[in-house]
Design a protein around this ligand. Structure first.
Ligand SMILES: [Zn+2]
Length: 145
């Protein structure tokens, strides 16, 4: 960028009549901006059409910042419950499982066997008459006595 452009300077730009990039003389400038040029080939005077403006870093302003970091996928509680059941399963002795009966009381860690859900471990007592039981299918809230 050694040459300072001014009226009278020759530059290469697109001629609207010749439809090509040709030498033009600068006819008029506003500040450092070329506004009118004269084609050296057809001598037509026309507005200066800058050859495809270079996209500088200024064009990167649009960088979006609004998108917050995506949340980490929460651990699926059901999957977690299944994993927990699998972990506890070796310790479950089905012979000692208490057949589930909604009228009998259960205690924490009781092993019970449910006609639909199979073996489960009482994980939470919810007074007055509910229990959370971890089954292979996940946690279930059951009635108890
Ligand atoms: Zn021309």
């Amino acid at each position: 960028m050694s040459t300072q452009l001014s009226a009278g300077s020759t530059i290469e730009t697109r001629c609207t009549r010749c439809k090509g990039i040709l030498n033009h003389s600068i006819v008029a400038m506003v500040g450092e901006k070329i506004v009118r040029v004269e084609c050296s080939t057809c001598h037509g005077v026309h507005a200066y059409h800058p050859a495809k403006a270079l996209k500088g870093p200024a064009a990167d302003k649009a960088t979006s910042k609004k998108a917050a970091a995506p949340r980490k996928t929460k651990v699926d509680p059901e999957a977690a419950a299944r994993a927990e059941w699998v972990e506890l399963q070796p310790g479950m002795d089905s012979a000692q499982a208490i057949p589930y009966d909604m009228n009998r009381p259960f205690r924490l860690k009781n092993l019970l066997s449910h006609p639909n859900f199979g073996l489960g471990i009482v994980q939470l007592l919810i007074p007055p008459n509910k229990i959370d039981v971890l089954f292979q299918d996940g946690k279930k809230r059951l009635r108890c006595g």
